[in-house]
Design a protein around this ligand. Structure first.
Ligand SMILES: Cc1cc2nc3c(=O)[nH]c(=O)nc-3n(C[C@H](O)[C@H](O)[C@H](O)COP(=O)(O)OP(=O)(O)OC[C@H]3O[C@@H](n4cnc5c(N)ncnc54)[C@H](O)[C@@H]3O)c2cc1C
Ligand code: FES
Length: 356
């Protein structure tokens, strides 16, 4: 099995235009890439090692919405970019119709590590609660795979579909990953993970993806997770402990019941590290003996921080929770739009249960 492959259709270096169709420039960095026929703006960027804002990569979360400074884009037949402001596009779905300039201040002039596809060996698969499995995987070191805290990776299934899982460990360049996979009722891959995945199994993976990474600002931070949304937050906590301590950070982790907070001991240890790191568990359906906070997790945040104008929020997990948090924090509690970072765990059919 090939251990290292870049994306099948990477962005074409600007100097080699032989197979190129249109040129994409990311402003203000001035990064210019040639876009292969049929490729989206985001695919082109990722294939060349640049990471504009994105999350779901399938037109649902709007994290990749960006202004089109010049030129025009089109979308695949049947896709309607609903709710996209005039003059903007969803880069994960948009195909340039000619040369385009996209505003993406987060794109730096120098590319990072490219997306790679590789075989990953399962090192362990441990059921840590009634529905969560912690999976540790090893990508061969020579595959060139690495990631930043907060990013995710895809697993490629035999039918050509893929699923995304956030890394929960701190990146160390060794090619190891830890995923927290919640088994969904009749969920194809997550049920397989819970019931059958075992050490030495092989998975085909591709990554890293995502832009849910800690900014370089010095504002105090709210980390907000529901369910396995804790995974990328744990990676941020482990990787950026010093920075979070300097900025001041509070982790709010919501579940329905106590057993949903499957790594509560780890979160409590993080809280105990320093006075400026705090952990607040929140349950929406607690047992009678629960001593902690109850209700919806994003409501606990605004109860404690009614003025969020000087903060940054990193929210991850159930899409309903992420949407409710964004709307409440930005519309009612003065959080600037650009200070809300999120990864919504969008599934084939979004979990209809209430956000916790
Ligand atoms: C950026 C990102 C990061 C993510 N990170 C994580 C993570 O760290 N941990 C994690 O647990 N998840 C994560 N997810 C979600 C994950 O990618 C999968 O979507 C999830 O595990 C479900 O996959 P599955 O194959 O088990 O379920 P699927 O088979 O895809 O089904 C999903 C749900 O839809 C239902 N369903 C499917 N088809 C139908 C239908 N036709 N009618 C009605 N219901 C249907 C299923 O019963 C199931 O409940 C992430 C998602 C994204 C986008
Ligand atoms: S809509 Fe483009 S990344 Fe989600």
């Amino acid at each position: 099995m090939s251990q290292e492959q870049t994306l099948e259709r990477p962005g074409v270096a600007a100097e080699d235009r032989s197979h190129a169709e249109h040129r994409i420039t990311f402003a203000p960095a001035g990064v210019t890439l040639d876009c292969a026929p049929g490729q989206s703006v985001l695919e082109t960027a990722l294939g060349a090692g640049f990471f504009p804002k994105h999350s779901c990569r399938r037109g649902e979360c709007h994290a990749c919405c960006a202004p089109v400074k010049s030129g025009s884009v089109s979308y695949p037949e049947g896709f309607e970019p609903e709710g996209v402001p005039e003059g903007h596009c969803l880069t994960c779905m948009a195909r340039p119709e000619g040369d385009v300039v996209i505003e993406a201040p987060e794109v730096s002039a120098v590319p990072g590590r490219r997306v790679v596809q590789a075989g990953a060996r399962v090192l362990s698969a441990d059921r840590v609660s009634h529905d969560v499995t912690v999976v540790r995987l090893q990508v061969p070191p020579n595959a060139g795979f690495d990631f930043k805290a907060g990013q995710y990776c895809d697993v490629l299934l035999r039918d050509g579909t893929r699923r995304s899982y956030s890394m929960a460990n701190a990146p160390d360049g060794s090619g190891t990953m830890e995923w927290h996979v919640r088994a969904l009722p009749k969920g194809r891959f997550s049920t397989h993970v819970y019931q059958a995945l075992k050490p030495r199994d092989m998975l085909r993976v591709e990554g890293p993806f995502g832009a849910f990474v800690l900014s370089e600002a010095d504002k105090p931070v709210i980390l907000l997770a529901s369910g396995t949304g804790y995974a990328p937050i744990a990676s941020l906590m482990k990787t950026h402990c010093q920075a979070l301590q300097a900025r001041g950070a509070v982790l709010y982790w919501g579940g329905r019941r106590r057993e949903d907070l499957y790594a509560i001991d780890e979160a409590q240890k993080w809280d105990a590290l320093a006075a400026r790191l705090r952990f607040v568990p929140v349950l929406s359906e607690p047992d009678a003996d629960w001593q902690g906070r109850s209700g919806f997790v994003h409501e606990a945040v605004v109860h404690d921080f009614p003025d969020m104008s000087g903060m940054e929020v990193y929210a991850c997990g159930n899409p309903l929770m992420v949407d409710a948090a964004r709307a409440t924090f930005t519309r009612e509690h003065a959080l600037p739009d650009g200070s809300f970072f999120s990864d919504a765990f969008i599934t084939a059919v979004t979990d209809p249960r209430p956000a916790t």
